[in-house]
Design a binder for this molecule. Structure first.
Ligand code: AMP
Ligand code: ZN
Length: 480
């Protein structure tokens, strides 16, 4: 596969330290609130990447942290602890907040067909790992104590790794409006490895360490957790593009200084989902969640489809209209797949040809929009339905859109369609007398030329998720 590597700013052939095996790490959520659908865009695209690598035959080990300590409001070392903020907001303990939002995160993932990584590790479970790394960094002169905290000394590096096209100005840590400088730092790019002097009196989680009672910085958790489970050589590190600096930059600095050799050669960054007003943010109060999409009647997979239609290295702008279009396209696709008859033999030559093309397209820097097109091309292929279904099922191993399952359910529903009424008006539906009655009432209203009433009933049915189609001699309805 060819993948854009944000460490080299180039599209490169994907390679691994151990042939056939991928050590993959993903920065997990900070569990002080629900994930917004922007966060989930990152996890959807990483999920497709993981599934594609598995599909290519790699043995993938995917590790993810859960940030339940140490992530301050700025991605530098200033501002309030996010977990504490969540706990205060909801009058609960930090641990309760972490548990609740971790569960909520995996619920959302399940609804979006995002596979749970092989290892999921809360940051609070690996304190010994961080202490081990920090101790060596202090011993070897890469870290220093100041004002009670332990800092990484970025001046000790030959090169403080820079991913994107940040210029020097932007690199002043925490240089965001309204964020104060930490006067303990010797250099502007230094960052905290261990806090003992917390400015939050009521910091809930604290551990003993050689430098006093305190808690780890945010960046050290990903290095510690990755090294614990992925070993000293990581092949692929993922995250949203906002993680590139300072988080990933600092992960590289501390990991390579600790290990004494290069750590992770390939970095995959997913660009943001923005709302038309700008960046989507959990701290903004109201934000878009999977539950909200469901409340509004969307299948969460319609959102996955929406994400797949765009390349992960392009900013994606969310709008209800765009989501509606994706949802309509997804429903249409499911209906077309449902219309295929699972009969006959699969034409292996055609199947192989489509599979090869798909591998090449998605293997070209995870071109998921081409993959979406490939599904429609398969529907139009000059072959039998059994082959089309086999091809679509194959693509779906990577896309995870539940295409075959949902199409089978639709087929089942259609088979169970019940006819009611009689005489001059036959209603074909799913056997729900209440809906049948409304459909009939609509017909009666139309017959009486009371079109306003007929439209009102149709809208009422629509709001219930029922689509009515007029057919010769009656109407048919289905749940959409
Ligand atoms: P957090 O829970 O804030 O630690 O973020 C979880 C993941 O979502 C990280 O990989 C972030 O880089 C990513 N992320 C944050 N905001 C967005 C966004 N608007 N669009 C896509 N990914 C995002
Ligand atoms: Zn991380």
């Amino acid at each position: 596969m060819y993948l854009y590597n944000s460490a080299t700013h180039k599209k490169e052939e994907f390679k691994t330290h151990t042939p056939g095996r991928v050590e993959m790490y993903t920065c997990g959520p900070t569990v002080y609130h629900f994930a917004h659908i922007g966060n989930l865009r990152s996890y959807i695209m990483e999920d497709v990447l993981e599934k594609y690598l598995r599909y290519e035959g790699y043995n993938v080990k995917r590790v993810m942290n859960i940030t339940d300590v140490g992530h301050l409001s700025s991605d530098g070392d200033t501002g309030e602890d996010k977990m504490l903020k969540g706990a205060r907001r909801e009058h609960k303990s930090v641990m309760d907040i972490a548990k609740f939002y971790t569960d909520a995160f995996f619920d959302d993932c399940r609804k979006l067909n995002i596979k749970t990584p092989d290892v999921v590790q809360p940051a609070t479970g690996c304190i010994d790992e961080y202490i081990k790394i920090i101790s060596r960094l202090v011993d070897t002169g890469y870290a220093y104590l100041a004002g009670g905290n332990v800092y990484f000394d970025s001046s000790k590096l030959k090169r403080y790794y820079i991913f994107n096209d940040h210029d020097e100005e932007d690199l002043a840590v925490g240089v965001r409006e309204g964020v104060e400088e930490d006067s303990n730092k010797r250099n502007k790019n230094d960052f905290v490895l261990w806090f003992t002097k917390s400015k939050f009196e009521d910091q809930a989680l604290k551990w003993d360490s050689p430098w006093g009672v305190g808690y780890p910085g945010w960046h050290i958790e990903c290095s510690g957790i990755s090294m614990k489970y992925n070993g000293e050589y990581l092949d692929l590190h993922c995250g949203g593009v906002d993680n590139a600096f300072p988080h990933h930059t600092n992960e590289i600095a501390q990991s390579e200084s600790y290990l004494g050799h290069p750590w992770c050669p390939q970095w995959f960054h997913v660009h943001h989902l923005n709302d038309p007003a700008g960046k989507m943010s959990k701290s903004k109060g109201e934000f878009l969640t999977v539950s909200l999409l469901e409340e509004k009647g969307y299948d969460p997979l319609a959102y996955r489809w929406f994400c797949l239609q765009s390349h992960y290295r392009k900013t994606l702008v969310f709008s209800w209209e765009n989501l509606d279009n994706a949802a309509a396209a997804y429903t249409k696709l499911l209906n077309r797949v449902a219309a295929l008859k699972p009969e006959g033999d699969v034409d292996q030559a055609v199947f192989g040809e489509y599979r090869e093309k798909f591998l090449q397209q998605v293997g070209n820097d995870l071109n998921t929009s081409m993959a979406v097109t490939a599904v429609f091309d398969a529907l139009k292929a000059k072959t039998n339905d059994a082959t089309k279904l086999a091809v679509i099922g194959e693509f779906d191993k990577v896309l995870s859109m539940s295409l075959l399952e949902k199409a089978a359910a639709l087929r089942e529903k259609a088979a169970q369609a019940v006819q009611t009424g009689g005489g001059d008006y036959v209603i074909t539906g799913e056997g729900d007398p209440e809906i049948d009655a409304k459909v009939l009432a609509r017909y009666e209203a139309k017959k009486a030329k009371n079109f306003a009433e007929a439209d009102r009933i149709r809208d009422e049915l629509k709001a219930q998720g029922i689509e009515v189609t007029d057919v010769k001699g009656g109407a048919s309805w289905k749940r959409i």
